[in-house]
Design a protein around this ligand. Structure first.
Ligand SMILES: [Mg+2]
Length: 287
């Protein structure tokens, strides 16, 4: 795997030396056979679809490019997320989405732990059937109503008594309808700091998350044949690239000017999702 990543990187020219339109032309292509698309900030912000997002998905589907939505969203269940996107005008099937909440549920079951769930009630549906009496661990997602002293102190004491700390993600911030908003990672870090304990992170940018998502999606594809598109340079793009997939930074959502220079180099940089779709379709149909 490591060899493959090195091979890809040495074949890519630096995109900054290219005109925007030529980004795709001056890179040595590694054929993309499927795409994994981030949702928040890439397809939608709150209840609004981003410009070009719906068109991109329609185009990709007509060209028969396999799509999986891969999201770190931890504030609401998969059903609630799909319902919200439907009301915004985008129809997504349940099996088209891989969420960090689903991955967290699988992890809880595999470790046989009884979690204190620091989650909003809209997210709890994804944990139905999980034993939460007498918790022996803490699971943290984006839970604005739970992030107060009393609850954080309860979590702190559980961990100090030997409980494990599981982060559904460690997102620094995200784009909401009100602007940028603080993410789960800040609260996970507070617990790590006070307990001298390191969280097990389930979601992006963890390598295991991308590999689980790929297994759930197209088990017969190599990671390098799949492009991950998202607005977060670290959690989506560099995380995917470290896991051996290709990464495309989409300049929407939380993207801020210069992100592509500040943290590491994405394989691709696109103005919006539609530009990514046009590129993928162009090379997908190219024999
Ligand atoms: Mg995003």
């Amino acid at each position: 795997m490591f060899y493959m990543i090195l091979t890809l990187n040495t074949h890519f020219f630096h995109y900054q030396e290219c005109e925007s339109f030529q980004i795709k032309r001056c890179q040595r292509k590694m054929k993309i056979k499927a795409v994994m698309i981030d949702l928040s900030g890439t397809v939608h912000v709150g209840t609004n679809l981003l410009p070009g997002a719906k068109e991109a998905i329609v185009k990709l589907k007509s060209a028969k490019v396999p799509i999986k939505y891969v999201t770190n969203t931890s504030k609401e269940s998969k059903t609630s997320l799909i319902r919200r996107l439907k009301s915004a005008g985008l129809h997504i099937d349940k099996d088209e989405v891989f969420t960090s909440l689903s991955a967290a549920r699988n992890y809880i079951i595999s470790q046989n732990i009884r979690p204190l769930l620091l989650l909003e009630k809209e997210a709890l549906e994804d944990f139905e059937g999980i034993e939460t009496e007498s918790p022996n661990s803490v699971v943290v997602g984006l839970a604005p109503t739970q992030f107060h002293y009393e609850k954080m102190n309860e979590a702190f004491n559980l961990i100090k008594s030997g409980g494990s700390l599981v982060a559904i993600n460690k997102s620094r911030y995200y784009k909401s309808e009100k602007g940028l908003s603080i993410g789960t990672g800040a609260f996970v870090s507070a617990l790590e700091f006070s307990t001298d304990c390191k969280a097990y992170v389930v979601g992006k940018p963890e390598k295991n998350f991308f590999h689980l998502a790929l297994k759930d999606f197209m088990n017969d594809l190599k990671p390098i044949e799949v492009l991950v598109a998202g607005d977060d340079i670290r959690d989506d793009v560099l995380g995917a690239q470290k896991a051996g997939l290709q990464g495309a930074l989409i300049k929407t959502g939380k993207y801020q000017e210069g992100d592509e220079d500040r943290f590491g180099e994405p394989n691709y940089l696109f103005e919006n999702l539609e530009e990514m779709a046009d590129y993928v379709i162009d090379q997908f149909s190219d024999p």
